[in-house]
Design a protein around this ligand. Sequence first.
Ligand code: ZN
Length: 300
Amino acid sequence: MTHTAGEPTLHPLTDRVWAYIQPDGGWMINNMGLIEGEGGATSVDLTSTERRTRDYLAAARAVASPIRRIVLTHSHPDHCNGTSLVPDAEIIAHRNTALDLQQVHPAVGEIFTPFEQGEVHARTPTIVFDSDLTIDPHGRRIEVRHPGGPAHTAGDAYVWLPEERILFTGDLVFHGGTPFVLSGSPAGWLRAIEQMAALDPVTVVPGHGEIGGPELFAPVADYLRFLIAQARDAHERGLSPLEAARALDLGPFAGLAEKERIVGNLHRELAELDGGPLDVAAAWQDMYEYNGRQPLDCHA
Ligand SMILES: [Zn+2]
């Protein structure tokens, strides 16, 4: 798949609600939501680097009142790193995301092409929830929901505007890129997609890629079912995740960006089938091997 170049853009979705879409949606290039309400604006996620965060905050300032709350859809750095640049905002996250942000993760920097992080870091959440949370019910109703178990990560949240039927999925939907489930659960993610589809949204803002509608769900679910089937087959044949990835034909998913994620995804599902621990560092190393020992392309 060819990457489309382009500048990040704030797209109006309805009155005083926007999606900030960052092409090309690859590694570390996520999307955000901006929702105006009584008592200030709410941002769904921030972004990865100082430069990208400052660009977003300038675009947000031009149209909306100051950001008072940031809902984190999960703990991945491309969605959280910029929060230090909004020091006074409440940071709302699922309990497992708050816990994950306190963990030290293995450095995977050399696996990616180099990028300029700048002076940003992820803040600790100030409001933690377990199942769901409603914000600003007297202004604009914003529902924040956890799917009930691990999906893309252990602490996912999606953001639903019931009046407007707008859904911000975080990375529970990738559009044009390969779904990445190394830190989640393929079966749990399928359940999360069923839940979100049952809301019958009109507009779906994915964590990466262009805005769409409910048609964005099926390709993610199809990929996850394919992954589960391939992992079962590899498990029966006694293949390692890297061996299994090299042996399989990605078929209709070969055109998705970041296809090396199949290796990390197989690590996760094979660990679930084995009941064994997941070796995250080995998973990243194997993705690098699968990619021909070329650093993974990172446009941050
Ligand atoms: Zn993510």
